[in-house]
Every structure is written in C-alpha cells, then in structure tokens.
Design a binder for this molecule. Sequence first.
Ligand SMILES: Cc1ncc(COP(=O)(O)O)c(C=O)c1O
Length: 384
Amino acid sequence: MSEIYLDNAATTPMTPVVIDEMTKQMKESWGNASTGYSFGRHAKLVMEDSRHVIAQSINAADNEIIFTSGGTESDNTAIIQTAFKRQNLGKHIITTAVEHEAVLKPLHFLADHGFEVTYLPVDENGNISIDDFKAALRDDTILVTIMMENNEVGSQMPIHEIGEILKDHQAWFHTDAVQAYGLMPIDVKADHIDMLSTSAHKINGPKMIGFLYRRDGISFPSFIKGGDQETKRRAGTENVPGIAAFAKAVELNTSAVKKERRNRYYDFKQKIVRALEENNIDFAVNGLINQTHVLNLWFKGISTYVMQTDLDLAGIAVSGGSACTAGSIEPSHVLTAMFGADSPRISESIRVSFGALNTEQDIDRLIKTVIKTTQKLKQINGED
Ligand SMILES: Cc1ncc(COP(=O)(O)O)c(C=O)c1O
C-alpha cells in the first residue's frame, strides 16, 4: 500500500520540473555570482532573472527581494535588525500569541535586551481582533510582526486592515507569509507591507532557500556578517541553483493554480468533516473550515500520540503538534492560546495539511483510517 503524505505545512516534496531546474543550474550555473568573469556573470544573470520572477509574484520591485536561507532567517533578520535599527524611536513591538517559533524566539531575545513585546490574544478560531490591535498600538511602537496564515490551524490574519492602519504610523509592518505564499494572492503594495518572509520548501521548492521582501526606502545592516553579497544586505555566497529552482516553483504556482488548490482543499475539508459527522465520530475542528491547506482536528478522548501513530502505521503521515520528539509531543502554544492550557484539545488534536500532489483517493483513505482507528479505540476504552 502506498504511503500518503498529509503534512504539507511542515514541508512539501519538490516537483520534478523544479528538481530538473535545480540539477540543470547545478551543472551550468555553479560560478560565484559575485565574480566578474563569464562563470560568475552567467550565475548572476540566472539569479537576477529568478529575482524578477519572484518579485513579480508579490508585486514588488526586483531590488526589494533579498535571498536568504529560508523562513527562519528572513523572520530573524526582519525582527532583530528592525528593532536595533529603530530603538531610538521606541522599544515597543506588537505580535500575536500564535506566531511560529522563528518569530517568537527572536522576540524573546529582544525582550531580554530591553524591548517590550505585546502578544495579541486570539479567539477560538485562531484570529486576532482589530480592536485589540488598535488598543495595543502606541506612539513608541516600532515594529508590528503578524503572520499571514497560521501554520497549525490555518487561521488568516487581517493583514490588509493592519497595513491600512499602519500606513500612517511609524511602525514597520512585517508579515511571516511562509504558509500563505504558495496559496494566497499577495500584493505587498496594496497591503502596505514593509517586510515579508517566505520559504521555498513550503511551495514544492528546495530547502534552505527563501527571501525577505524589504520595501525600498527602509534599510538596516545585514543580519549575517561577512561579504557584500545581495548589495550588502545579506552576506554569504548566493545559492544560485536553489534560487533558480525557487523561481521555477513560483512560476508554476500561477494565480489559477493557487485558486484551484484553495478550492480543492476546501472540498477536502468539507468531505472529511461530513464523513466524520455521518459516522458519529466524536470530533471538532480547531479553527475554521476555510480555503487554506491546514485542517486541525480534535478527536475527543484520543491522545495525539496514539492517533498519529495509528495513522502512521496505516501509511498516512500527519502532524501531531508544533514540535514532536521521540515519544513526546510538546503542547501546542497555538491551541493553548485558542482554548486555554487546560483544554483536552491540546493533547488530543492532529494537524492534516494538504499539498499539490494530494488526491481525492488520499482523502478517502484518511477518512476510512480515521473512522476505523477511532472506533477501535472506543472499543478498547469500553465505550461501545
Ligand atoms: C509560519 C512559519 N514561519 C517560519 C517557518 C520557518 O521556515 P523555514 O523552515 O524555511 O526556516 C515555518 C516553517 O515551518 C513556518 O511554518
């Protein structure tokens, strides 16, 4: 029986065309893009063509794209460098309680260095309220960092409204779009976004490559210290084959493809929920059923570990939480923020996340396996 991969929020497989592009550029464009002879000039040309494709995908200018090693580096750079550059204007930062660790950990670091961080709470759907945001915003706020789409429950933050509010405020607006980039239309100008982080491996591209969009007109020193690459904005020899493969993944991901996927994932979600209801499975959705690729499900009375292991044994890979180490699953800070630390949902939920390659048949097998597992466990627990 073939294995089914339903953890696409963790990472995605590279598409064959993207692998072909990367292999081709590893053979042809291995020169150092900073050198002036033909090998370097060729690599630079490939890199700049890729930058153009990527810039267009979010309505940015080419010079606003800085290549990085991925989402974590882009988030760290935007947050830490903004804070230190602007500390003379204030030391207050606003974020949400449900950001990825790549945002939360740099903020903890800044809190240790005298910055004050406000964590906006979320409701049971994983959404913040604009009123809370307005109430938190102060004259000395220098940075707002709020994710576009949550990686655990798929909630979508009101990015456009926040951008509108901030366009007349001194605070720079950063958004972690790592999960949203492959699925949602993004226009950094229309949404007044100053900085935006992405990662190629979430959109069927290679690992360890991403970009930070940084609006023209704002600046800070390179976070990584070293050479003058990326016009002094990010030190280190550029990964040209990775960049070209990232651009190929972006090119394949047209607006029509994104729309088709959003609709397909929404249909998947509805099908799963309907089937579980029809079979009287005791469950609830953590968050909303929307058009994102993430569906977080609570199976009442069944531990995350048991459910995840049973599905794994049946050849289906799903996520058990934000961090999972051998035999133990860390409580999710996202579910804790949504439902409180005492909620059983924190230890009884799994995350299913869809990707480009998932089919209707994958969903049918997931449904069948989940129903079988929950019924079997109910029998073991003596509930039947
Ligand atoms: C929302 C979000 N931000 C940042 C990251 C980190 O990205 P990367 O793995 O490219 O460092 C992830 C990865 O899981 C993510 O989901």
